[in-house]
Design a protein around this ligand. Structure first.
Ligand SMILES: O=C(O)CCC(=O)C(=O)O
Length: 301
């Protein structure tokens, strides 16, 4: 054997194999502990450099929190009445009517409203910062409407087509509405974030009728978290409702107490969409600042 090969063999035999240690606590929660006891659940290790020798042991503790699953999102797509939750605040109900306005009529209504309504962009406020709402809106009603700390003035004279649509929606729903928020999503980048329509001026358990014209967008709902989850929405129930051309959606009962909704941005091609949300507005309760939310009822002095 050559000198070189012989040296390699000898060096190989010097390479000391590290003892394999199975770690019974892998994947579980571990907390550092300086207690040196050596019971079955304790693994200890020590690392030393010269005289500075440290020693640590780890003790296994059963996790105190139960593992929770994120519930799968549900979809509501077919015509029907859906009780989406039963809670202390009551039953939350959705009623979905795809094709409420037949396609041909929906086509000309969409073009007319797009061209003739006085669309404008609203400036809202969040934590003292102003931002432009990423959609255009206009408001009809004998009273002004405040949300996101910005007020839309009253406009008592309705566009004639909106009067006709209000009658049709009232007939179908059995509700009456005195106001209308019109929303124009110019493309997929326009959106409205998570919120509930729970301003005090909408009253308790408001019924809201939402009529969609134009391109389909996903209307998402998420349940309010349990008080012990401190505002964490990770494990809440979620529902998606595609709202297509001519579809009517009614939100009723405790929906605004127990759920939030949004129309999220979409990053693929989306054409314009008009959404008409019929509501009933009451004079602001005495002592409430306009736009005060029902869930966080902070009475103004
Ligand atoms: O565009 C929609 O479908 C929903 C609009 C909405 O949630 C709102 O304006 O409060």
């Amino acid at each position: 054997m050559s000198d070189k090969r012989q040296r390699a063999r000898v060096q190989g035999s010097w390479a000391k194999q590290m003892p394999k240690q199975s770690n019974p606590t892998a994947g579980r929660s571990m907390v550092p502990n300086n207690n040196q006891s050596k019971d079955a659940n304790t693994v200890s290790g020590s690392w030393g450099f010269g005289n500075q020798k440290t020693s640590k042991s780890f003790e296994f503790h059963q996790p105190t929190k139960q593992a929770r699953d994120v519930p799968p999102e549900k979809a509501i797509e077919k015509m029907g009445d859906y009780e989406i939750s039963h809670g202390p605040s009551g039953v939350s109900q959705l009623r979905l009517r795809p094709g409420f306005i037949p396609q041909e009529e929906a086509d000309w209504m969409f073009s007319k409203l797009l061209a003739e309504l006085p669309w404008s962009q609203k400036t809202n406020y969040r934590q003292g910062e102003e931002y432009e709402e990423p959609r255009l809106t206009c408001w009809y009603g004998e009273l002004p409407y405040t949300y996101a700390r910005s007020t839309m003035p009253a406009k008592a004279e309705w566009h004639p087509l909106l009067v006709t649509l209000r009658k049709a929606v009232e007939q179908m729903s059995g509700c009456s509405f005195n106001s209308l928020l019109c929303n124009l999503y110019r493309d997929g980048h326009d959106s409205i974030g998570w919120h509930s329509d729970d301003e005090a001026s909408l009253g308790d358990k408001p019924s809201i009728a939402s009529l969609s014209l134009g391109d389909t967008r996903i209307f998402s709902l998420r349940k309010q978290p349990l008080p012990e989850d401190n505002g964490d929405y990770t494990y809440v129930e979620r529902i998606r409702v595609p709202l297509s051309h001519g579809t009517l959606l009614l939100m009723e009962g405790a929906t605004q107490d127990d759920w939030q909704h949004q129309v999220a941005k979409e990053y693929h091609d989306r054409g314009p969409r008009i959404n008409l949300t019929f509501r009933t507005i009451h004079p602001e309760p005495q002592g409430y600042r306009p736009g005060t939310k029902m869930r966080f009822t902070t009475k103004q002095p």
